[in-house]
Design a protein. Structure first.
Length: 94
């Protein structure tokens, strides 16, 4: 399983859109977003990714309640708050 790790987009919506498109193009199945989206608008861009997007907040996220609300209205963005505890067992291939 390929996983993309993104963070610190800081309202640079073009760069975030490019990064999610690159993740898709490289065959990533999951995005982990490690904070500093800064505003709710970026959630819609992350939602363009076809797989799940797990995100936490960063120290520059100014509207956490808005980001949380926006994520609840998406199909695949899961906002975990400050800590993300998920099981990403990859198994083994033989």
């Amino acid at each position: 399983m390929k996983v993309a790790l993104l963070s610190d987009s800081h309202d640079n919506w073009n760069a975030l859109r490019d990064a999610t498109a690159t993740a898709s193009g490289e065959g990533c199945e999951v995005i982990l977003f490690a904070g500093d989206l800064t505003r709710p608008k970026g959630v819609g861009i992350l939602d363009e990714f076809s797989g799940p997007v797990h995100m936490i907040c960063g120290n520059m996220d100014n509207n956490i309640d808005g980001i949380w609300a926006e994520a609840e209205d998406t199909d695949n963005v899961i906002f975990h708050g400050e800590v993300c505890d998920i099981d990403m067992s990859f198994g083994t291939s033989g």
